[in-house]
Ligand binder design. Structure first.
Ligand SMILES: [Cu+2]
Length: 420
């Protein structure tokens, strides 16, 4: 029996308990989506229906080494596992509630009967603790979709309850996509020194995540030169995020409405993914290490204080000793800018509150990257094998193609400068 790689992954992941449901033809029509730092929910095939089983429950989650939290999610993770299916499939999704309050699941953007839409009180009774409900419908579309609770939504989503629902078309897409990545944008108020996200925060978040991870724990997006790459992005956070990719321009090719007609594709380098939206970006991979991040500068930082006086340009040498009497170990910083923050943290000069990540972190081949939050790297190499998603390390640029130091004299050269 010929098995596709995807089938093997499903069978292996389910330890033999789950039948391989997808036909070889459908599996060959698309590459399986790769949920960064995440996983795909296996299914059982019962009389032609793909049956999935989600369990809403509390989970221990690590945003990055040094920051853990008690979150809520599905089947042991936040985000929950990605549901993958094919247009035309009949799906049954069992939802067991292992929380201590009721929940429901809304299938965001999916065409279905009103009674399957998952708004507690409106479309169905709530799923009480300990109960299991069955949702069942036929998929009449393809594209990038999401699922999340529609019961005590503010709290349950703030704690991490969400997941991706990817529906493939039955026919092969053109141009064919060689690598298909997916991620959900989210924000968290995990106040310094605490262990449970705060659901009452509206705007001032501490952690900005791709699939509930922050840089540097977000996996790289890996591809071989020339491959067609799609990145599917969904936003269930409380902010809109202008997602920016360095290097090649991408085409915005789809949304919750599926892959758009070719005439609607737009070349961009930044695409805002608004709250409740999904966007598909596609590009032809160009060799290099290309930053991929939200362009809100605070969204590529980890925890920080916002209500502090601005130290830039302020000579604090006179007050440092005085403040130390009240706050032993106090270090005046920020006079010349904030970059020294990472250097001091890395040297162990000022440990932060327990269970709290430094504002900026990460080492690249040329030094500190001073990033956090919604940041990862698109790593494209000439010599990768098809389907090899392992981190290839840092890019080694061809000779003569790296910016270089030409002087250490600030009066170097004859630049034209505006006179005020
Ligand atoms: Cu953002």
């Amino acid at each position: 029996m010929k098995m596709s790689r995807r089938s093997l992954v499903i069978a292996a992941g389910a330890a033999g308990a789950v039948r391989v449901g997808e036909s070889a033809a459908a599996a060959e029509a698309h590459v399986p989506v790769r949920t960064l730092n995440g996983w795909t929910l296996p299914f059982r095939l019962r009389n032609g229906v793909k049956e999935f089983h989600l369990v809403a429950e509390e989970v221990e989650h690590q945003f990055a080494a040094g920051s853990k939290a008690r979150c809520w999610g599905y089947n042991g993770s936040t985000p929950g596992p990605t549901i993958e299916a094919v247009e035309g499939d009949r799906v049954r999704i069992l939802v067991t509630n292992r929380l201590r309050e009721h929940t429901t699941v809304h299938w965001h953007g999916i065409l279905l009967p009103s009674g399957m839409d998952g708004v507690g009180g409106l479309n169905q009774p709530h799923i009480q603790p300990g109960e299991t409900f069955a949702y069942e419908f036929t998929l009449r579309q393809n594209g990038t979709h999401m699922y999340h609770p529609h019961a005590d939504e503010m709290t349950q989503m703030a704690f991490g309850m969400m997941g991706l629902f990817i529906i493939y078309p039955q026919v092969r897409e053109t141009p064919r996509v060689d690598r298909d990545y997916a991620l959900l944008l989210h924000n968290w108020a995990l106040h310094p020194g605490t262990y449970r996200p705060d659901p009452s925060i509206m705007t001032d978040f501490d952690l900005w995540t791709f699939n509930s991870k922050v840089f540097p724990e977000i996996e790289p997006i890996v591809a071989r030169t020339g491959e067609r790459v799609r990145i599917r992005i969904g936003n269930l956070s409380m902010w809109n995020h202008p997602i920016h990719m360095h290097g090649p321009r991408f085409w915005v090719t789809g949304s919750d409405g599926g892959r758009w007609a070719r005439a609607l594709w737009r070349p961009e380098v930044t695409e805002t993914v608004s709250v409740g939206q999904t966007r598909d970006l596609e590009f032809d991979a160009v060799a290099g290490d290309w930053a991929f991040h939200c362009h809100m500068a605070h969204h590529t930082m980890n925890a920080m204080g916002h209500d502090v006086p601005n130290p830039t340009g302020v000579d604090q040498t006179g007050v440092e000793a005085e403040i130390r009497k009240l706050l032993p170990g106090y270090m005046a910083m920020g006079r010349e800018g904030m970059a020294e923050h990472q250097m001091h943290v890395d040297m162990g000069h000022h440990p932060g509150p327990v269970n709290t990540l430094p504002m900026m972190t990460g080492q690249g081949p040329f030094g500190n990257m001073e990033m956090g939050g919604m940041f990862t790297v698109v790593k494209v190499r000439d010599d990768l094998r098809r389907g090899d998603y392992r981190d290839p390390g840092w890019y080694s640029s061809p000779a003569g193609t790296v910016a270089r130091r030409v002087s250490e004299n600030p009066d170097f050269g004859a630049p034209v400068r505006r006179k005020i």
